[in-house]
Write a protein that binds this ligand. Structure first.
Ligand code: NAD
Length: 378
């Protein structure tokens, strides 16, 4: 028997943010970051809450890739005010920080008088799908740890495309490739199901169709809405089916060298697809057949698994090129000697990453070193 968990309630589409007018809150902690302040998005949310007499506390300096110190800071803030509602407004970093704070407070202060706050997630990037996942990624020193617990799932997710319009092209590309990676990894995961497959297939089609438009014309709200929904659908797929070694390798690369999460996935994705498909060998794996099915859905040549995998690899590389993304890890400013020096550490982290067990092909250290070295060149 298997399970497919569906949570939270999702409000989506243009003006979805207005659902905040109906929020039955008396006290709110707004978790956000400086970009949200700069682009006026935090102000918009505050203007909706303040006239209703809701007590509002704002934590607006969450940093990208939150670490344990960030979570501890948030715990102190929330412990003081104990709000009935937490609103996370931002990218995956902000949502993950809020998740970790709520989770850690519930674990360390199990006070029966205190109810778990209502948790509202408002993503402002189309990337992580964190608004619908039971995961939170927190950095400890140079390692990204993935917290996994159903209690991390928000209660309400608000997907308003207008909130993504200000994302600059480079971050649109990074986060959009993260969406593609979530769908690809959930699709070939050992824990994939009919349900996650359906979500992943739709996601892949929408990413190839709409991501380049979002990158070129950030204010195209139709394309933004399609990518925002795709990000959420991919989140629903991978919170159930889990992920694979692109993510394990990307977590380690991001933890050690601070490469943004989506960019790290983009740099590794094609090499992992080729490795999972056994592209250098027979190219006759279950993963190869599923990649070919995706190529077929994209109307690309896919008469055989090898032809389908070739088509998909070409399409992934073309999508990266179209958005002027770096070809290989070597194009991100990391020194070759530093990269080689850190390979054993990164491979160790990737092998123990919680995304590794569901990868369709079981990796060993040498396999991961080979993938990193190929992705170095790109
Ligand atoms: P991010 O949240 O780190 O944001 C990237 C940058 O974009 C930040 O500087 C941010 O301020 C800015 N930004 C966000 N929204 C903006 C907007 N509307 N306009 C202008 N700038 C904006 O990036 P992300 O890719 O969304 O999240 C990455 C983090 O999420 C990583 O730590 C990653 O490991 C984690 N992650 C979590 C999950 C999960 O399920 N919880 C899944 C994948 C990744």
């Amino acid at each position: 028997m298997s399970e497919f968990l569906l949570k939270p309630r999702i409000r989506f589409g243009q003006d979805a943010l207005t659902v905040l007018n109906e929020l039955p809150a008396r006290s709110v902690l707004l978790v956000t970051d400086q970009a949200m302040v700069k682009f006026g998005l935090a102000g918009r949310v505050m203007q909706m809450l303040q006239p209703r007499g809701i007590a509002l506390q704002v934590w607006d300096d969450v940093v990208a890739d939150p670490d344990i110190a960030t979570v501890v800071r948030g715990m102190k803030l929330m412990d003081n005010s104990y709000p009935d509602t937490v609103i996370a407004l931002g990218g995956g970093s902000v949502i993950d920080a809020a998740k970790a704070v709520i989770f850690a407070l519930a674990k360390t202060r199990p006070d029966a008088q205190r109810q778990r706050p209502c948790f509202v997630a408002i993503p402002t990037t189309s990337g992580t799908g964190s608004e619908v996942t039971a995961f939170s990624v927190v950095k400890a020193h140079a390692e990204k740890l993935v917290l996994v617990d159903p209690s991390l799932l928000p209660d309400i997710a608000i997907l308003d495309p207008a909130l993504v319009a200000s994302v600059p092209p480079a971050i649109t590309a990074d986060t959009g490739m993260d969406v593609l990676c979530h769908a690809l990894e959930a699709y070939v995961s050992r824990a994939a199901s009919d349900f996650s497959d359906a979500l992943a297939e739709k996601t892949v089609q929408q990413v190839f169709r709409y991501l380049p438009t979002c990158w070129r014309s950030g204010d195209n709200l139709l394309a933004r809405e399609k990518m925002h929904n795709a990000s959420c659908m991919a989140g629903m797929a991978f919170t159930n089916a889990s992920l694979g070694i692109t993510h394990s390798l990307a977590h380690a690369l991001g933890g050690v060298f601070r490469v943004p999460h989506g960019r790290a996935n983009a740099l590794l994705m094609a090499e992992v697809v080729a490795w999972n498909a056994d592209y250098q060998g027979e190219c006759d794996t279950e993963a190869a057949r599923k990649y070919a099915r995706l190529a077929h859905l994209l109307d690309l040549p896919a008469q055989t698994p090898r032809q389908g995998v070739t088509s998909l690899l070409v399409a992934i590389r073309a999508l990266k090129d179209e958005m002027a993304m770096p070809d290989g890890i070597r194009d991100t400013g990391i020194k070759a000697t530093d990269f080689e020096h850190q390979l054993p550490e990164m491979v160790g982290q990737a092998l123990r990453d919680s995304c590794t067990p569901t990868n369709p092909r079981t990796p060993d250290a040498q396999g991961l070193i080979d993938i990193y070295r190929r992705a170095w060149i790109g």
